[in-house]
Ligand binder design. Structure first.
Ligand code: FES
Length: 123
């Protein structure tokens, strides 16, 4: 089990990449609350809210990060009403990896089809 951070954009105005909400609460805030209301999988030690992952047209967005020696994933087009459980399943798989690479076939379908970027380790 390797330390994993689930980063959540709280300022996303779109759910599932749809039209932007015009007033708060923002879908990104809803996503954070939905994730906070669930039990984090073992090994996911931190839920980290941030403002903007620079994928605004693809909100809601989250990222999985696990330190400088592991790959980082950014996911978008997520819906706080539909995807929190799948996000946590992907986080649990990520937490089990040494290199941060989630085997494509293992990731929940709703998550693997919403990858926006995969960023290599820094080391
Ligand atoms: S506001 Fe969420 S990615 Fe920019």
């Amino acid at each position: 089990m390797t330390e994993t951070t689930l980063i959540v954009c709280t300022t996303c105005r779109r759910a599932a990449g749809g039209p932007p909400a015009t007033r708060a609460p923002w879908p990104g805030t809803d996503m954070l609350e939905a994730l906070e209301s669930r039990e984090l999988p073992e090994g996911v030690v931190t839920l980290r809210p941030v403002q903007c992952l620079c994928a605004c047209a693809k909100g809601c967005t989250v990222a999985l990060s696990g330190g400088p020696e592991r790959w980082t994933y950014v996911y978008g087009g997520l819906d706080p009403a539909k995807h929190p459980d799948d996000i946590l399943k992907a986080a649990a798989i990520y937490a089990e990896t040494a290199d941060g690479i989630i085997p494509w076939a293992d990731a929940p379908t709703e998550i693997r089809t919403r990858a926006v970027a995969r960023i290599p380790p820094q080391a």
